[in-house]
Design a protein around this ligand. Structure first.
Ligand SMILES: [Zn+2]
Length: 261
């Protein structure tokens, strides 16, 4: 029996799972992918995630937060409602939150304001942060340093050596996705993953996005799902040069300690 592995980032409330969400969870569990941490990306989506997670105690957890794309929808009331949500025991982190200057779906100053508000919420509640950063490294780290953030994971890391080094120096955890399975785009990540200490490394599918490009059987409509996490684990283990089971045990232990589950 392989060691169960934790998928720290699944967008399980995404509409592409509306038809078969239960089967997706079942397939994950059959593949020893457990627990799953459902990513909350807006207030509404975080509420849905918490409600759904409550149906699978110990197997599903959720984060509560607002993605930078949705920062423009935030008000003080959003933070009040996230705070209420975070009191539920299956809610284990604040996020995903951060900055995304790649798409700029919300104005940058608005993104910064609500990122900072969510950081303060996490600190107030003594909860970990689930962070998203795209093309915003300088402002992102400045805000985190300003708030002296310690307990955080930078999810879906695809950045440079200097950025990775900076996050590790700040004490952060790193989430690695199926991006690493891409021979071309993921090349630099394959080398970088080796310098992440195992007690800082966690793995995630970011499903339904980022389907590993080298899956033998292509999923319908190219949709990613948590059952594919063992594939990502194997890629990470190959890059690091250690047996997959050792990486499974280490990342599971790291994820459980980080999210306190
Ligand atoms: Zn993200």
């Amino acid at each position: 029996m392989p060691t169960p592995i934790v998928d720290i980032g699944v967008n399980l409330m995404h509409r592409s799972f509306h038809q078969d969400r239960e089967q997706v969870v079942e397939r994950a569990l059959e593949n020893q992918v457990s627990p799953l941490i459902i990513t909350g990306t807006s207030l509404r989506n975080s509420q849905d995630a918490a409600r759904y997670a409550s149906r699978y105690p110990g197997k599903l957890y959720a984060t509560a937060g607002v993605h930078p794309h949705d920062a423009k929808s935030c008000t003080e009331d959003t933070i009040t409602k996230l705070r209420q949500l975070a009191a539920q025991q299956q809610v284990v982190a604040i996020g995903e939150c951060g900055l995304d200057y790649n798409r700029d779906f919300s104005p940058r100053d608005v993104q910064r304001k609500w990122f900072a508000e969510q950081i303060r919420l996490a600190q107030d509640l003594d909860m970990p942060l689930f962070l998203h950063e795209r093309e915003a490294f300088t402002d992102f780290t400045a805000i985190l340093k300003e708030h002296d953030v310690r307990h955080a994971v930078v999810h879906c890391f695809t950045g440079s050596y200097a950025e990775l080094k900076a996050y590790l120096d700040l004490g952060y955890h790193i989430g690695i996705t199926g991006w690493i399975c891409d021979e071309r785009r993921g090349k630099h990540l394959r080398d970088l993953v080796r310098i992440i200490p195992l007690d800082r490394l966690m793995i995630e599918t970011d499903a339904p996005f980022l389907t590993p490009r080298d899956l033998k059987e292509k999923p319908a409509e190219g949709r990613n799902e948590p059952a594919f996490l063992p594939h990502i684990l194997n890629a990470v283990a190959r890059c690091i040069g250690k047996p997959a089971d050792e990486i499974a045990q280490a990342t599971t232990e790291t994820a459980k300690a980080f999210f306190r589950i």
